[in-house]
Design a protein around this ligand. Structure first.
Ligand SMILES: Nc1ncnc2c1ncn2[C@@H]1O[C@H](COP(=O)(O)OP(=O)(O)OP(=O)(O)O)[C@@H](O)[C@H]1O
Ligand SMILES: [Mg+2]
Length: 250
């Protein structure tokens, strides 16, 4: 599990995260939701040590993130940031191979090639493997980055808005793949989603952020309510519940 304790983060005079304490359970899919600017990506950046910690403590399965060995951390946890800057002269396959770096430091072994091939297959990218990234569509390029993260083959996968640019079929396929990874391979998926309906349908646990604080957390059926949409997002949307799954009416 990932334990965040008393995390504060400020830039200049702006307080971005305020005393964030949250436990992200091991296994399953946890979705982080909240309005634009709530602090979701900032929290992710701290968990993956893309930002230095100003105060507080974060552990992943008991491993203290701040002093952790970089290779050890990147074999445990992979992150797909919200914004990725891509190198145009890389092929899809070369990009996905980067995911194996923490395991082989660039000298790919048979097992690394196998994992790269498996990632390309899982994301339907095999036919595009030798294409340069700058020749792809936005959604194809995005999938290639998700495939790179997947190829890292870590216990924890942090994905910041992975459904960006994906069509409905690709979105459903990705969520189904993540569900399978959680259920069959025991992976822990933590995902930032703006589409509350995808979060409600696929996640086991929702953590809601607002104004740099944890607002509430719980099972989707308890979280996704008209009151949440009004209090947290400031919008008056209706919610229907079908079986155990809430649906926000657009
Ligand atoms: N380096 C920075 N300097 C100033 N403000 C920053 C910096 N980084 C983040 N912020 C601010 O912190 C707040 C939280 O940003 P963050 O990217 O974590 O939000 P988010 O919840 O991921 O939003 P979104 O859903 O739009 O991606 C925002 O108001 C943002 O403008
Ligand atoms: Mg963000």
């Amino acid at each position: 599990m990932i334990v965040v304790e008393n995390l504060n983060y400020s830039v200049a005079n702006a307080q971005i995260l305020t005393d964030v304490s949250v436990t992200l359970p091991k296994g399953g899919i946890t979705a982080l939701i909240g309005p634009n600017g709530a602090g979701k990506s900032s929290l992710f950046s701290h968990i993956a040590r893309l930002l230095p910690m100003q105060s507080g403590r974060i552990t992943v399965d008991g491993m203290d993130v701040a002093p952790a060995n970089r290779q050890e951390l990147s074999r445990k946890l992979a992150i797909l940031p919200q914004q990725v800057h891509f190198a145009t002269r890389l092929t899809v396959k070369e990009l996905v191979q980067f995911g194996r770096y923490p395991h082989c430091q660039g000298r790919l072994r048979a097992e690394d090639h196998e994992m790269v091939a498996a990632s390309l297959t899982a994301f339907g990218l095999t036919a595009l493997a030798d294409r340069f990234l700058d020749t792809l569509s936005g959604g194809q390029r995005h999938k290639a980055h998700v495939a790179m993260t997947y190829a890292q083959d870590t216990d924890y996968l942090l994905l910041d808005e992975p459904l960006n640019n994906l069509d409905i079929a690709a979105s459903r396929a990705l969520m189904a793949l993540l569900r399978r990874l959680a259920d069959e391979e025991g992976k822990t998926i933590v995902i930032v989603l703006h589409d509350i309906n995808f979060a409600a349908q696929y996640a086991d646990h929702l953590v809601v952020l607002k104004d740099g604080r944890i607002e509430r957390e719980g099972a989707p059926v308890d979280m996704v309510t008209g009151a949440l949409l009004a209090d947290v997002f400031g919008t008056n949307a209706q919610v229907a519940v079908v079986g155990d799954t809430p649906f926000v009416m657009p």
